[in-house]
Design a protein. Sequence first.
Length: 129
Amino acid sequence: MNELQKKLMGQRIKQCRTEMNLSQEGLAERLGMKRTNIANYEAGRVVPPGNVILELANILGVTTDYLLGRTDTPDKKVDPLYSSLRQIQRARKKLPTQKERERMDRMLEMIKLSFVDAFNEEDDEDDDL
């Protein structure tokens, strides 16, 4: 990250923090760190670690991409692409792998075979009546 990008990130953190009427101390408390860390981030002297960037975005109600300067859209709800990508990612995680599908198919076949035998036995007993 170059100096210009660090400064932009710091400005955005400060702007979002002040819009929420949060002091540096208040933000630091929410992050479980010292006020000087926030001051260093806002001045662009230090780049926050990834987990802190994520937590900052959650606290400040913006996207990590906004804090990083990758987009000028701060609100997650305003950026439809962000929402669509998140939905696709969630759906993809729910899809079974090829191996899981094969295992489910085998289990289904075993269940079908078990019920076929059970129904055949039941039909034979009905014939005796």
